[in-house]
Design a protein around this ligand. Structure first.
Ligand code: ADE
Ligand code: ZN
Length: 356
C-alpha cells in the first residue's frame, strides 16, 4: 500500500510478515557506524599475509586460529586482536584488508561505512601513517567508484595508553585530516574513563573532527556521561549499560544521541548471555536512537546483516517497526553529507513502501 505520509513513520509496515522483514533487513540500504577495520581481518587473510611477510604464527592453520576465538571478556579479545595486527606490514596489506571488507559490506547493502582504525596498534610496531593512510584512501576511493559505497574514516585512540600517546597520534594524523571524519576512543574500557582523554578530544574537535567514543560496553553508565559531558561526543559506541541508569536513558532519548550497538560482539565478549537477552529492544522502546553494527566481524561470527537477522530471529518483540527504525537510524546517525543521507533514506522508504 502506498503511503504519502513521509514523516515520522512513513511506509505502512505494521502488517509485514516476519520473513518479509528478514528480507528487508538484509536488502535495505544501511550504514555501518561501528566497525574496526582491524576487526575485519579474517583468519584466512591473517594466514595469507603471514606467509607474504614471513611472519610465523602460533597456530597450525585457520581452523586452529578460529578455535582460539573463545573470549571471556573484552580484554581476552583485545589480546588476540592486537596480536592479529602483527601481520599487517605493508601498504598492500592494509589495502587488501580494507578492500576485502568494503566488498563484503557492499554485499550486505551497506551504502555508508565509517570505519575505525587504531594507529597505535601499528605505530608501536614501526608501521606509520605513511604506510596505512595511502592504502585506506585508495581502498575508500575504489569502494566509492566500483561499489557506490561511501566511506568516512575515524581515527581511534587506545584508552589503555597514556593521553600523551594519543596526542602524538593526533599530531601524526594531522597531515591526513582531509581523509578523516572523526576521532574515536576504544580498547580496554574499565579503569580508563573518558575524562583521561579530555585534551585529545578538545583538540580533535578544534581540528574539525566529529567525536565518538566507546562507552558503557563493559564500563559503567558514568563513562557514558563522561563521554557526553567531557569528550562532547556525537555518538556513543555500544552504550548498552546505559540501561542501568534511568536518568541517563531519559537524557539519551531526549537528545536523540545515537548508540552504535553491536549485538554479536556483546554476546561473544560476555556483555550479555545471549541474543535473546540483549537489551536492544528495551533501548529502542525507551526512544533511544539505536543502530546495529558489527564491531569486529572477523572475530565475532558475523557482519552487519548477520547481526540484524540473528537478533531479530532471537527476539520475538522485534518486528517491522523496529527493523525500519534501526535501518533509518543508521543512515540518519551517519556523518555523511545531508544530501547523501536524504537520498539513501528515500531509497529505503521506496523499498519498504513497495513491500508494504
Ligand atoms: N568492542 C571493542 N571495544 C573496545 N575496543 C575495541 N577495539 C576493537 N573492538 C573493540
Ligand atoms: Zn568497537
Amino acid at each position: 500500500m502506498i503511503s504519502d505520509n513521509l514523516t515520522p513513520s512513513r511506509p505502512d509496515i505494521a502488517a509485514l510478515p516476519a520473513e518479509r522483514v528478514a528480507h528487508l533487513l538484509r536488502a535495505s540500504p544501511k550504514a555501518e557506524l561501528h566497525v574496526h577495520i582491524e576487526g575485519t581481518l579474517e583468519p584466512e587473510l591473517i594466514f595469507a599475509l603471514a606467509q607474504r611477510n614471513g611472519v610465523s604464527l602460533p597456530y597450525a592453520d585457520v581452523q586452529a586460529l578460529r578455535k582460539a576465538y573463545a573470549f571471556s571478556d573484552l580484554q581476552s579479545f583485545l589480546d588476540l586482536y592486537y596480536a592479529g595486527c602483527d601481520v599487517l606490514r605493508t601498504e598492500q596489506d592494509f589495502f587488501d584488508l580494507a578492500w576485502a571488507y568494503f566488498q563484503r559490506a557492499a554485499r550486505d547493502h551497506v551504502v555508508r561505512v565509517e570505519p575505525f582504525f587504531d594507529p597505535q596498534s601499528h605505530t608501536v610496531r614501526g608501521v606509520g601513517f605513511e604506510v596505512f593512510m595511502p592504502a585506506f584512501i585508495q581502498a575508500a576511493q575504489r569502494a566509492q567508484d566500483e561499489l557506490g559505497l561511501s566511506v568516512g574514516w575515524i581515527v581511534s585512540v587506545l584508552r589503555h595508553l597514556p593521553e600523551e600517546d594519543a596526542l602524538q597520534t593526533l599530531d601524526a594524523a594531522q597531515p591526513w585530516l582531509d581523509h578523516l571524519i572523526g576521532i574515536g576512543l576504544d580498547s580496554s574500557e574499565r579503569g580508563n574513563p573518558p575524562e583521561k582523554f579530555a585534551r585529545v578530544f578538545a583538540r580533535a574537535r578544534e581540528m574539525g573532527l566529529y567525536a565518538v567514543a566507546h562507552a558503557g560496553e563493559e564500563g559503567p553508565p558514568a563513562y557514558v556521561l563522561g563521554a557526553l559531558d567531557v569528550l562532547k561526543v556525537e555518538r556513543i559506541d555500544h552504550g548498552v549499560r546505559a540501561s542501568e541508569d534511568p536518568a541517563l536513558m531519559q537524557r539519551l532519548a531526549r537528545e536523540q544521541m545515537p548508540l552504535t550497538v553491536c549485538p554479536l560482539s556483546n554476546v561473544r565478549l560476555c556483555v550479555v548471555p545471549d541474543l535473546a537477552q540483549h537489551n536492544l529492544p528495551q533501548l529502542l522502546a525507551a526512544g533511544l536512537k539505536v543502530t546495529v553494527n558489527s564491531d569486529d566481524p572477523a572475530y565475532f561470527g558475523g557482519y552487519i546483516n548477520d547481526n540484524l537477522t540473528e537478533l531479530f530471529a532471537a527476539q520475538p518483540a522485534l518486528g517491522a517497526p523496529q527493523a525500519y527504525a534501526l535501518l533509518r537510524n543508521s543512515l540518519e546517525a551517519s556523518f555523511a553529507a545531508n544530501g547523501d543521507k536524504a537520498l539513501w533514506i528515500a531509497q529505503l522508504d521506496a523499498q519498504w513502501r513497495q513491500a508494504a
